[in-house]
Design a protein around this ligand. Structure first.
Ligand code: NAD
Ligand code: 3PG
Length: 525
């Protein structure tokens, strides 16, 4: 039974769903990185929010880990390259808390417009300072949206409901989508010059870090009010403080900070500064949503191989997974076969699907081919890290889908580009389940790729099979299956034999010494 650790505070629905789906679950929160590293080896899955930092050190200690599930959106607390290199899938729940976070941004915008926290504190202190607090209306004001994705577009919609004009800066926002959202797509400088309120909704990346830098803050309209419910690090906090102190910035509301938990900040106590402790996603509705989603996604993956919302692997629904399972087995075997048979560096690989296979999601099939290919040289390769390793090694990966009807109802062909030219193998599924090799370097064969095998290329001549059989018999090697194919009579023949034990190098030398043998290799699947 797969076992999951929930290491951050999560709605109880998550544990309930894991148990219903046959996944054992422990909820242990508040552990130090060392404590987490000491216990993570027991788990197949790790369910987190933003507190747990899934570093390379944690991943190195996670000997059984297959999946990290983030109940929420931001995955900047997960070392995704390290997870990918280890073959661990990282998933998030990209929509479960977006409405809630957008509402928090709007709440903070109102808090700034009407100085609600200060007015509240003053009133409860018995001061009744009616003349101290003069707010601004939101109607007709311009809201500058930096980042117009899921949350940004909900904020835009709510702001339009408040009769605000919304201008958006997002390099990936298409003009069509901007029209659909009813926002004006602008440059960053234009946004800075025009916005009365600015709200940030981008991830923290090398491009967005300090997007509101001292220089950019200086370009804003006098009196601008700024809201950040996305990630600490998008705003230069020292420059923000200086802008608030000088009065150029009329107000700022931060839910997120460069250092979290933010227990001390020069911004604290600054007039017109409002803060919340990373509460953007903290509503009961959003927490139930993300807990249910993360548990369902992780259980799907651990129990049936379904992949949803993974950041380092193509999606594969729980319905698709059983259909694809025999194809993945075939794909891995074909990848492994070409990997074992090809010498030297490969510059490219193409994965072709034909017949019934052409109707399937090809990405996981390609991932399985690459895993089979690369596992020949490293047993830590799996479907998650194989595409990354292939990219790292400069392997050009192509996917081809043929609509044509071929000789087989379903066919997978893998061709690798080697220094000696292209080499191609193809396979099918017998009875839609059993993987079979049907073509090897242009020669028709029909073989099951399993266990220990001996591959021999020889000149097709009478007596050869007898001589090989005798040699194997004399060497005490039992033959399981025997598959023969040839290009034409008297030409080149290919033999694939499954044998009960690994082929020793001594036996291989003897096979190579048989008259007519061109190549002989030991294979393992
Ligand atoms: N405060 C919270 O509790 C809380 C809750 C949920 C999400 N978040 C954070 O909110 C942010 C947005 O989440 P989302 O779901 O809308 O993400 P999203 O991926 O749907 O949208 C992000 C948008 O940012 C845009 N973008 C990327 N680089 C940009 C750049 N250089 N300049 C301008 N725009 C750029 C993208 O094109 C995209 O449209 C994330 O950082 C997420 O972690 C915070
Ligand atoms: O990216 C997110 O989903 C938010 O930052 C929420 O973080 P939390 O789960 O720690 O509240």
């Amino acid at each position: 039974m797969p076992k999951v650790l929930i290491s951050d505070k999560m709605d109880p629905k998550a544990a309930e769903i894991f148990r219903q789906r046959g996944v054992e679950v422990d909820e242990i929160t508040g552990k130090t990185p060392d404590e987490l590293a000491a216990m993570i080896g027991d788990y197949d899955g790790l369910a987190i929010r933003s507190s747990t930092k899934v570093t390379k050190a944690i991943l190195d200690a996670a000997t059984n880990l297959k999946v990290v599930g983030r109940a929420g959106i931001g995955v900047d607390n997960v070392d995704i390259p390290a997870a990918s290199a280890k073959g661990v899938v990282v998933m998030n729940t990209p929509f479960g808390n977006s409405i809630t976070t957008a509402e928090h941004a709007i709440a903070l915008m109102f808090a700034l417009a009407r100085q609600l926290p200060e007015a509240d504190a003053s009133t409860q202190a018995g001061k009744w300072e009616k003349n101290r607090f003069m707010g601004v209306e939101l109607t007709s004001k311009t809201l500058g949206l930096i980042g117009a994705g899921n949350i940004g577009s909900i904020v835009a919609d709510r702001a339009q409901g408040l009769k605000m004009k919304v201008v958006a800066f997002d390099p990936f926002l298409t003009p069509e989508r901007a029209v659909e959202m009813g926002v004006e797509k602008v440059t960053l400088d234009e946004l800075l010059a025009r916005a009365d309120f600015i709200t940030l909704h981008t991830p923290l990346t090398d491009q967005t870090r300090n997007i509101l830098s001292a220089d950019n803050l200086a370009k804003t309209k006098a009196g601008v009010r700024i809201i950040n419910c996305a990630r600490g690090g998008l705003i230069d906090e020292a420059a923000l403080k200086a802008g608030l102190d000088s009065g150029h910035i009329g107000g700022a509301a931060l839910d997120v900070f460069v250092e979290e938990p933010a227990k001390a900040s020069p911004l604290f106590g600054t007039p017109n500064f409002v803060s919340t402790p990373h509460l953007g996603a903290s509503t009961s509705e959003a927490q139930v949503n993300v807990a249910i989603q993360v548990a369902e996604q992780m259980a799907d993956f651990l129990v049936s191989g379904g992949v949803t919302n993974a950041l380092n692997m193509p999606s594969l629904s729980a319905e698709e997974a059983p259909k694809l399972k025999p194809y993945m087995a075939l794909a891995e075997k074909l990848g492994s076969l070409v990997g074992q048979l090809s010498h030297g560096a490969l510059s490219g690989i193409s994965v072709e699907v034909e017949g019934a296979a052409a109707a399937l999601n090809q990405k996981p099939i390609t991932g399985a081919v690459l895993a089979g290919l690369m596992r020949v040289h490293s047993d830590t390769v799996n479907m998650v890290n194989a595409p990354f390793l292939a990219k790292e090694r400069g392997l050009d990966v192509r996917e081809v889908r043929h609509d044509r009807e071929g000789d087989y109802h379903t066919l997978l062909r893998v061709t690798v580009r080697t220094q000696a030219g292209d080499r191609s193998v193809a396979g099918t599924l017998f009875g839609n389940q059993a993987p079979r090799l049907v073509e090897l370097f242009g020669i028709k064969v029909e073989a099951d790729l399993a266990g220990h095998m001996l591959y021999v290329v020889n000149e097709d001549a009478p007596g050869f099979i007898g001589r090989l059989g005798s040699l194997l018999g004399e060497s005490g090697v039992n033959i399981g299956t025997f598959h023969l194919g040839r290009r034409d009579a008297g030409g080149e023949a290919v033999l694939l034999l499954s044998v009960d034990d690994a082929v020793t190098s001594d036996l291989l030398t003897k096979v190579k010494a048989l008259p007519g043998v061109k190549t002989a290799m030991a294979l393992a699947f």
